[in-house]
Design a protein around this ligand. Structure first.
Ligand code: ZN
Length: 359
């Protein structure tokens, strides 16, 4: 390669790198759209290692996984910081970042239950990430901009009592990750749990579609059609990520969930994680699907909105270069997420429906 070509290549690569990583360092306020700070993020995670008696843990398999250091980075903490200040530092930083957002005024923090063994107790070896309800409850009580969502594996011996307790403590919904918690939503053994959810008017937010954030997953359990049982009984179900990615029985999960919106008026979908690089093109499908009109709920899937997982530059087919550049300069992770999804023309009611339905 001649010297001048080499120089051009180096300059080109430098410009691309700067464009991609600038939002990580620059907190310039270029978020031009002036809107009220009234959006609720209905899908945010915290995690911990048990410091400060949080009760959280991450198993060996997940700690040795390449994702572990990336997630710490995305949550803005180091392992040393957790050790010195306790797991609660994650929640404190999250609350502070939401407080700085121009558009998002509250975030729903999701607890994360684990795998349940044959005796009905928590299996600490098979559980990859555990975030107990009590911890999320106590933490969210300390911050007016955080809301509590419980997670209960229905195979627990005391699942029904836990559900009643979560309701009494003000949990706004129950979160499941069936492919990680090994829950089969179509299992008739869960009928009493679903009946109690209806009685307590407790909605279910459950992961649908392939799971890529963990070291292993049983994707057959995230087939959206497994939700026909709770939906037909009358449980309000929010299909997290609207089953984008993966297939079940030889059919795309997204294609499998769409007709269900016509069939079940109590089915909703959340748009968390839809801008991730592994879901390119799905946001356009979601915006264009008539079945999904009036059925979408805003969520981020924080902390999973970081580069290289998410970047406005991946969506140049849907947004302009100018929009991508402007959005990439937004420092606040929540404002960047709102701006990108708005630029991709997500309907305005997506930011309002969750408040009517879940609060
Ligand atoms: Zn999530």
């Amino acid at each position: 390669m001649s010297g001048s070509i080499k120089k051009i290549v180096i300059v080109f690569i430098s410009v691309v790198v700067i464009l991609f990583i600038s939002p990580l360092f620059i907190a310039i306020d270029v978020d031009a759209e002036a809107n009220e700070k009234n959006i609720i993020d209905f899908h945010a995670h915290v995690a911990g290692l048990g410091y400060g008696n949080s009760g959280c843990f991450i198993n060996k398999e997940m700690r040795e996984n390449i994702r572990f250091p990336l997630y710490l980075l995305a949550m803005g903490v180091s392992e040393k910081e957790l050790e010195e200040q306790g797991d609660a530092i994650v929640v404190k930083k999250l609350s502070a970042a939401v407080a700085q957002s121009k558009h998002v005024n509250k975030a729903v923090i999701l607890a994360m239950d684990g795998v349940i063994d044959a005796e009905g107790n928590l299996d600490r070896n098979l559980t990859q990430i555990y975030v107990p309800n009590e911890y999320v409850y106590e933490q969210t009580q300390q911050y007016p901009n955080l809301l509590y969502a419980a997670s209960i594996n229905p195979y627990r011996n005391d699942a029904i009592q836990r559900l009643e307790h979560a309701k009494a403590q003000g949990a706004i919904l129950i979160k499941w990750l069936p492919s990680i918690m090994y829950i089969d939503p179509a299992d008739p053994a869960l009928i009493p749990f679903y009946q109690k959810m209806i009685e307590l008017d407790m909605p279910l937010l459950t992961h649908t579609g392939m799971e890529k954030s963990f070291s292993s997953a049983r994707d057959d359990l995230a087939d959206p059609q497994k939700l026909a049982l709770p939906l037909s009984m009358g449980v309000t179900v929010i299909a997290a990520h609207i089953a984008t990615t993966g297939e079940s029985h030889g059919e795309d999960n997204f294609e499998r969930v769409l007709p269900m919106f016509k069939q079940y008026p109590n089915l909703y979908g959340d748009i968390s994680s839809l801008t991730q690089i592994n879901k390119l093109g799905f946001m356009r499908k979601v915006v264009n699907a008539p079945e999904l009109q009036g059925r979408l709920i805003y969520g981020t899937d924080w902390p999973l909105q970081f580069f290289p997982l998410v970047s406005p530059w991946y969506h140049l087919g849907d947004i302009s270069i100018k929009q991508a550049f402007t959005i990439s300069l937004i420092g606040n992770a929540w404002d960047r997420d709102v701006a990108l999804k708005r630029a991709m023309e997500i309907p305005d009611d997506t930011f309002a429906i969750g408040k009517t339905l879940l609060l």
